[in-house]
Design a binder for this molecule. Sequence first.
Ligand SMILES: Nc1nc2c(ncn2[C@@H]2O[C@H](COP(=O)(O)OP(=O)(O)OP(=O)(O)O)[C@@H](O)[C@H]2O)c(=O)[nH]1
Ligand SMILES: [Mg+2]
Length: 601
Amino acid sequence: MSVVIGTAGHIDHGKTTLLRALTGIDADRLPEERRRGMTIDVGYAHLVQDDGTVLDFVDVPGHDRLVGNMLVGAGEIDAAMLVVAADDGPRAQTFEHLELLDGLGIADGLVVVTKADVVDTARLSEVKAAARDLVAGTSLAGADVVAVSSSTGAGLPELGGALAALASRVIARGVPGGPSRLAIDRVFRVKGRGFVVTGTLRGADLDTDAILTAVPGGATIRIRELQVHGQSVVRAGPGRVAINVGGSDLATLVRGVVLVSDAVGLVASDRWLVALRPGSAAAPPTDRARGQIHIGTAHAGAVVGRSGRDGVDLGGDEVTAILRLEVPLAVAPGDRFVLRRPSPAATLAGGRVLDPSPARGISRRRATTERLQALASSAPGSDAWAAARLDLHGALGGALAPDVAAVLGGAVTQIVADRQEIPLAELRTLAGRALRRLARVEAEALPALAAQTIEHLVAGGRLSRDADRIRPAGVAAARPSPELSAAMDRLEAALTAVAPPPLSVAARASGCPPAGIRELERTSRIIRLDDDLAWAFGTYRELSARALALAGVAPLTPAAFRDATGTSRKYVMAILEDLDRRAILRRTDAGHVPGPRAPRS
Ligand SMILES: Nc1nc2c(ncn2[C@@H]2O[C@H](COP(=O)(O)OP(=O)(O)OP(=O)(O)O)[C@@H](O)[C@H]2O)c(=O)[nH]1
Ligand SMILES: [Mg+2]
């Protein structure tokens, strides 16, 4: 489990120094940052706790001109650590960052009073009290206030305890469901390996065989390598990840673009229906107010539309508005954002997205206060939300029963319960048919509504999804029967030979059907290098380790590797080519030598 915690606070108040004291990692990685002793762009550090929980820190700049970068960092965090220097006390960006965290709805965190070593106890108490007052009335109200000195280490054990408690609270709150989603915050090129993007992974775990879609842009992205904290992994859970990406249109991958395993629910849109809550300006932004929208790691210029039926009072400080953006951004219902005026700097509003693609044309007349309130008060992605949205759009041609989404949700859940496991594409077709029976829906709207319904059920935990297979909630992947399991064991054993028989022959001999082979591959018990060539994982690992060890001594030729393993050219070529492809080895005229990704030891 990993919890992502962002720093916040005024320039020079000791954010980066604190992370260094906590984790030993310098989040100021740019040469210019090190030269100037200030954070310019978002930085990262992490700490593995005794119970295995990982604290992923995102460090942001405190400079008043770099608030945009602060928001990139704050866009995808679970909790915040607001830093106030004991000597300076709360200053301009302490207030501003806190207001932005509040606008983004960051609901948990800590206040850390740093530089405790340079003040006396009276001053320290004064600043702690001021910090407590400061967060009252914001989303961080009641947060623990911990005093530390990053220089002497005083208070760091207490801070460690407070962070552990914070992490447990965040984990207890539960992770967002839905497809894997990663808002890109950094893109760089690595020589010989191409593009690497980094970000905070949300939603479902990500496997290296996943195909991702970029929103906006629509580029199809393959994962060449997945890394967590510099280690190559085949599967990553929520938290900081780096992806070496493959595919076309990689130049469209920039900060702000979101990669998703399934774009259902997430759209690129330049027109959003939102609920706004005023910032320090106290009054909600007026019609035609201009500002910058910051959402996730993206930002864009936007104009507020609050005329007529677009500006409804939702109660509790919130009003609706239509935002028109200069460019489309990736957005899903429920996403939090802030609307900011860069100069003179002001937080105009915090907000949440009610509908990423609101109705156009005549359907807009359906936007009544009641309908908007129904949408705003339902959990994004829930059946109630889907019903409220359909009601607002009138997509069901007036024949809509308000609970049609709920009925459809029930029908879809039943289909899955009957089948126990069903491919996603097939379920979408069946859900579309069920919806058509339930209500008059425009034909072109059917697939999206069906897909959305399934997505809501998955996000709401009523169905579970593993890649493109849907199962009832709580039902794990079908366990192989005892017979199949035994056949799989036999096949795996047959493939432990250094020179294994052809896969098809071994499978026949062990009585293992294709489903068993797939399961062995999926669970990495066997590694398949070619249609008809596979090794048991352990054997393959030994062979590749031996190749690497030999290549470390002298360039390794296929003939030398063949002699060392007592196999034949067919086997050694397959292994060497695979290691070349993964850059663990590199082919030279003299033979294979350790490649850029060879593990160092
Ligand atoms: N005495 C003392 N100095 C500290 C402490 N923490 C930070 N400093 C000093 O304060 C200065 C600023 O620290 P940084 O960690 O760079 O501050 P920052 O909040 O990351 O600054 P920006 O990234 O520019 O917003 C550095 O010179 C640190 O050495 C502390 O606990 N005690
Ligand atoms: Mg810093």
